[in-house]
Design a protein around this ligand. Structure first.
Ligand code: GAP
Length: 506
């Protein structure tokens, strides 16, 4: 029996640690600048990680731009004119409330300290007290009552996990945007920011795209790109990073229709996560109590990580907030002329600033969810009676469409023409799939190596292959082997790894 690792509270940290160690050992994710002891909350993707991540990104991109005739893509720059971030509200409002402990000199997010206390009440069987605390925190933050947040921390007797004391500074707001010098020649020039979300690159290009691609409302603009946030609480591996990648789509709609589109995209995005292999029971919606400055309605799609249900994607109804803000600050009209007939008036809808429904998923969080879901440990019993042995097999049960390598080809021995035959198969299939040839060690060890990186198929070239051009294909999840003609490999593997298997479920 294989099982995704348990999520009991005692197992959760061990399981994440196992996944982090696995990700490093098998070339998925490395700590950035590790030889200098690393840079906190910044990570690099290794040879298998980059393939997996690219596959996830490509699936998202095609699900957006290929499956929808009315969604097109862009690739905007990371740097933007600084006024963009004034208009978007990020200069004034993209803050986290911070508090320092005077004894340990450690800095915390004040809201996280309170949320952790609320979670403690919940775990201790007093969910009502936890909920009341969360609600009170929400109220104080909405009113920007930072003194009230500090008082809440004191009243709840929250202490620093390092020093154990409650000697706290006042709570103050800290802007999460990274900035850098804007001009090499003008030291007075305002700083430029590293974008904290990719969405603004879409908003400022709304009319460029609408006009050049002749888009009619409703339509969407999709983008994948890096975003940067100076996160205070950086932990849980690649869950919360300072440099990360977002896959965002802004869907521009006629005002008044945003509710329907919000529901449509909410359902569509959940189907996407299920289609790539995140099980329905490990996904849930979580409506926001406290809305971001731009949102009129917002829901998270959460996945049950080893450390609990956490957000992987946000769906936000952003009204005309962003386009109107840009219109006001840039003094350039951000309007669309809708010549469809309004049945109420019998006349065209005319000019308006469109409303926006946004879908925003983190590529790194989707990667982490995929790894957590795929990481399997199963007990294998071999032999009978006294000769019986048991061992644990670790493997990544990745959807074949996202697996870094689609098939490994093993010549059984390094002689008798088997390596040459393996090379022939590789050469024949390499235009279709990412493959490797493995000829070192016993076959069992080679299977193990491929299991650990989630390769769905291992093709063995043996003595019989040289006689009748058949090979065995061993399946990662069941360990079953099927004998088949080499001529059938392309369609057999192709069907399993095709993006169509995912798209058909959307
Ligand atoms: N444009 C809307 C927006 O940025 P968000 O909820 O702040 O909304 C969207 O971010 C998604 O980006 C999140 O659901 C998450 O997957 C990802 N994300 C946000 N901050 C992140 C971080 N520090 N590290 C990794 N991913 C992050």
């Amino acid at each position: 029996m294989s099982k995704p690792a348990s999520t009991s509270p005692t197992a959760e940290n061990t399981q994440l640690k196992d996944i982090v160690a696995h990700a490093k050992e098998y070339g998925f994710v490395f700590q950035s600048s590790e030889i200098y002891d690393g840079l906190a909350a910044v990570y690099d993707y290794g040879p298998n990680g980059v393939e997996l991540k690219n596959n996830l990104k490509r699936l998202w991109w095609e699900a957006m731009t290929q499956l929808h005739g009315n969604v097109v893509g862009i690739d905007a720059a990371i740097f933007m004119e600084p006024r963009t971030w004034e208009a978007s509200g990020h200069v004034a409002g993209f803050n986290d409330p911070l508090i320092d402990n005077l004894d340990s000199k450690k800095r915390y997010r004040a809201d996280v300290l309170v949320e952790e206390k609320a979670a403690e009440y919940e775990k201790a069987g007093d969910p009502a007290r936890g909920a009341a605390l969360t609600a009170e925190l929400g109220r104080l933050l909405t009113e920007n009552d930072l003194a009230g947040v500090k008082q809440l921390i004191i009243d709840e007797k929250i202490t620093c996990p390092i020093s154990g004391t409650a000697k706290w500074t006042d709570v103050r707001q800290f802007n999460l945007m990274f900035s850098t010098q804007g001009s090499a020649v003008d030291s007075e020039a305002p700083p430029v920011y590293l974008r904290p979300e990719t969405a603004q690159g879409i908003f400022v290009n709304f009319l460029n795209v609408q006009k050049s691609a002749r888009m009619k409302i409703p339509f969407g603009i999709a983008q994948i790109g890096k975003a940067f946030r100076n996160e205070i609480v950086a932990r849980q591996f690649i869950f919360r990073m300072r440099e990360f990648e977002q896959m965002e789509m802004q869907f521009f709609v006629r005002p008044g229709t945003e509710g329907e589109w919000y529901d449509t995209w909410k359902a569509a995005r959940r189907r996407f996560h299920e289609a790539i292999g995140l099980p329905a029971e490990k996904l849930r919606f979580h409506d926001h109590d406290k809305l971001a400055h731009y949102a009129k309605a917002a829901v998270d799609i959460e996945y049950e990580f080893p450390f609990g249900f956490k957000e992987i994607e946000g769906i936000h109804s952003r009204s005309d907030f962003d386009l109107t803000q840009h219109q006001n600050l840039s003094r350039k009209k951000q309007q669309y002329f809708d010549n469809d007939i309004d049945p109420a008036t019998g006349k065209p809808y005319g000019n308006y600033v469109p409303y926006v429904v946004e879908t925003s998923v983190g590529a790194d969080r989707l990667f982490l969810a995929t790894m957590c879901q795929a990481f399997q440990e199963e007990t294998i019993t071999e032999g009978e009676g006294e000769a019986q042995t048991t061992k644990t097999r670790t493997f990544l049960k990745l959807h074949p469409a996202v697996a870094p390598i689609k098939a490994a080809i093993f010549p059984l021995v390094r002689k008798d023409g088997m390596p040459e035959k393996a090379q022939q198969i590789f050469d024949d299939l390499r235009f279709d799939f990412r493959l490797v040839i493995e000829d070192k060690d016993a076959i069992g060890k080679r299977y193990t190596r491929q299991d650990l990186i989630g390769t769905p198929f291992c093709i063995v070239v043996d003595g019989q292959t040289l006689e009748d051009d058949t090979v065995t294909v061993r399946h990662r999840d069941t360990r079953e082997q099927t004998r088949m003609p080499i001529s059938e490999l392309r369609s057999y593997i192709g069907e399993a790894v095709s993006f169509k298997t995912v798209f058909a479920k959307l």
